[in-house]
Design a protein around this ligand. Sequence first.
Ligand SMILES: [Fe+2]
Ligand SMILES: [Fe+2]
Length: 166
Amino acid sequence: MAISKTMSDALNTQFNKELNSAYLYESMAADFYAGNLPGFAVWMTTQAGEERVHAEKIHHYLTENGERVYYAAIPEPQAEWKSPLAAIQGALAHEKFITKSIHDLVRTARKEDDIATETFLGWYVTEQIEEESTAQSLIDKLEMVGDNRFGLYQLDKEVSTRQQDA
Ligand SMILES: [Fe+2]
Ligand SMILES: [Fe+2]
């Protein structure tokens, strides 16, 4: 069964949002490198890599269904954050926005009676739970560390070992 124009357009919008997410996280990584936190920079670069995988999966799905993808303009991302905590809080807020966007896509798939796309989107629904939980646990650690410079140094070393899992 072919994908409707409404569904295809909505998936294209999500494709661009995922690339947008990657761009935002690369910008956060740049700010972490500038702030002498290379571990956090690696963590963010890894997250950006996951976002590109999220985009690629949609690309593949559209192509598989005889549809094509369209690249939209990517707005200039924020460049500086006042603290590592502010950056990760920004990442969590962004992921909550993405979760809402994925849920809206599922609603669209239901409205279009598109069972295949609804099933495809199930992976994203689950992934968003992981995304929010990963950001939240890093926020918890940063709050625990507070203003302790040595704690931040230790945490930077810990997060530098993050590996891409998506
Ligand atoms: Fe994503
Ligand atoms: Fe993830």
